[in-house]
Write a new protein. Structure first.
Ligand code: OAD
Length: 242
């Protein structure tokens, strides 16, 4: 159990594992996305410069694969926790799918971007919603630049870092869910929380690479563990009354 008191602020970092039970492939390990593709060919600025068509084929495939996926009990458990905690909970996700929002979460920071948004690779036009798939060539912006996926590629700076800093600074409980702990800066957030003396928990079926930094690891599937994992003070009082 993870106890959340009335003064606590909870920072949840999610990774591909929380969407695994919704049928979206994780990146590493057997059947992972990076088994079929090389990062250097589809997920870095050099790949985009070399072959934007191939990059768009990869992200079009991911758009098609994610399009009909539904949130699972893990996503819903975090949305319900936000209903209880309000602004005292934030979900910082490395995932580019929309499943946290579809489950009802509102305070979501997408540090690696969003699969269903695109942006220009030249002008500073804001990222825009885009559900299209592109097989033949990359579409062009009115400025002449190429429209690219709004995804943080390897070698690029993740998004929302200022807000992540603010939330991390204020949190008193840190929970990582379904992330292998090998991609930075996300994998380093737990160390920054621990330096402040924050309690830190991991939820997932396997030991993450940074497991030594957590106060406690809960081994199992997010969809099975998260719905019963958090006890808020209200819950405790409610039980005492009965
Ligand atoms: P990984 O594929 O590296 O790790 C997925 C984690 O989810 C593993 O630790 C699994 O044990 C765990 N897992 C699998 N099924 C689970 C379940 N049902 N419940 C909970 N956990 C489960 O994915 P990430 O750590 O998210 O970046 O990868 C981080 C980043 O690397 C991604 O955002 C992506 C990737 O390259 C970019 O594309 C920039």
């Amino acid at each position: 159990m993870i106890a959340v008191g009335p003064q606590d602020r909870v920072f949840v970092l999610t990774g591909a594992g929380i969407s695994a039970e919704s049928g979206i492939a994780t990146f590493r390990g057997a059947g992972g996305l990076w088994q079929g593709y090389r990062v250097e060919e589809v997920a870095c600025p050099e790949a985009w410069a070399r072959d934007p068509r191939l990059v768009w084929q990869f992200y079009s495939m991911r758009r098609q694969a994610a399009g009909d996926k539904k949130p699972n009990p893990g996503h819903f458990a975090l949305a319900r926790l936000e209903e209880r905690l309000g602004e005292r909970l934030v979900v910082c996700t490395q995932n580019v799918d929309e499943l946290h929002e579809l489950a009802g979460s509102r305070r979501v920071l997408h540090m690696h971007g969003r699969l269903f948004q695109s942006r220009c690779d030249r002008c500073d036009r804001a990222p825009f919603e885009d559900h299209n798939t592109y097989q033949d060539q990359a579409p062009r912006c009115h400025c002449g630049g190429l429209i690219r996926p709004h995804i943080c590629w390897f070698g690029e700076m993740p998004y929302e870092l200022d807000r992540i800093d603010d939330e991390l600074e204020q949190c008193t409980v840190f929970v990582a869910v379904g992330t292998s702990g090998v991609v930075y800066p996300a994998a380093g957030l737990v160390a920054r929380a621990r330096v402040k003396g924050v309690r830190a928990y991991y939820v997932g079926p396997e030991e993450p690479a940074n497991s030594g930094l957590f106060s406690q690891c809960f081994y199992g599937k997010a969809g099975e563990l998260l719905p019963g994992l958090f006890v808020t003070t209200q819950d405790t009082e409610g039980r005492r009354r009965h």
